[in-house]
Write a new protein. Structure first.
Length: 117
């Protein structure tokens, strides 16, 4: 399987600094890849930085498949996963919460009016 990077999915993940990337690379070299790359079919949902480092250094890594019904659900998962992390700043958190709200609102709109009992 060829792993793919979806530009839209990757854009939902705040970029790490050069220093953070160097520390991640050092950690991978010393301890291996502790966390698997999370995939939806062949598209990365989580682990873009780990994947790029491993690919550049020709290192092995594990993957886990995440079942998603569609792109919107995949984007929501990425956003929720990022919001659970400590390394995002307040501005990034506000942006992701706004995207999450927009996607959830769209999901509710697609279901149509809900029947009340």
């Amino acid at each position: 399987m060829e792993i793919k990077v979806d530009p839209e999915f990757k854009s939902l993940i705040p970029a790490i600094s050069l220093d953070e990337e160097k520390r991640l690379e050092q950690s991978i070299l010393e301890e291996g890849v502790r966390d698997p790359i999370i995939l939806w079919d062949d598209i990365i949902l989580d682990g873009h930085n780990r994947y790029e480092i491993c690919k550049r250094l020709n290192l092995n890594f594990k993957t886990i498949q995440k079942g998603m019904d569609n792109r919107e659900q995949a984007k929501l998962w990425i956003i929720c996963n990022q919001l659970a992390r400590r390394n995002i700043n307040p501005q990034q958190r506000k942006y992701l919460i706004g995207l999450q709200h927009k996607l959830e609102k769209k999901k509710v709109g697609e279901r149509g009016p809900q029947k009340k009992d």
